[in-house]
Design a binder for this molecule. Sequence first.
Ligand code: GEK
Length: 245
Amino acid sequence: MPDSPTKDTLFSQPKPHLVDFAFDEQVARVFPDMIRRSVPGYDTVIAMLGVFAHHFVKSHTRVYDLGCSQGAATLALRRHIQAPDVKIIAVDNAPAMIERCQQNIAADLSPSEVELRCEDILLTPIENASLVALNFTLQFLPPEQRDTMIARILAGLNPGGVLVLSEKICFDDGDQQSLFTDLHHDFKRLNGYSDLEISQKRQAIENVLIPETIAQHEQRLRRGGFSRVHVWFQCFNFVSLVAVR
Ligand code: GEK
């Protein structure tokens, strides 16, 4: 049977010249399949965003989904916001992602208003926020811009507001790094990716996605001024942290 047009086969053929990974039309077309088959725990993290929304989102505030892609996190948040007069601001700088996000939001009937913005998240004004989601997006910002991003989020969060930060991570301990990398690649293999796909994707993304350790994330969040910082989820080399202002 031929592959479905939305199955991720982008790296299945040998590529003589690998270019850096970009969130273009080709990637956007297969993105929902790609992220589920590539990020262990992705569906759990998305589902639990609904629990964070239920717990933290207050009436008359804003919720931000920074690096929203096609709106999976936005929709999980929106479906569990019970407070009235909440506006969700979903931001991505890839037009091909925002276009699909727009269609997905339009097909959802939850009451909270959603504003979509196609821009760099470093430029998004953040204010009166009760929840900010940075779901696998900070990892794509140049490391020297990450402190600024976190400081902007903290400044825009109301007291008691929360940042949910999900990231691919690396480890100081070489044995742990190689074991968790192997387990991640096994996860991808079991999801149908070939060794060629795994190695070509790895090369294409290595200059674009720069992971940090859990300690680096925790230190940045504490240094920024968050009062409580906890890891609430980890699956191999992927984590999600909750940071309360
Ligand atoms: C999800 N959160 O499904 N400004 C705006 N968007 C950016 C920037 C930037 N500077 N850098 C990267 N992006 C989503 C998954 S994907 C994760 C997030 C992944 C966007 C980029 O265009 C892409 O859509 C998203 O961040 C990262 O819950 O592909 O591993």
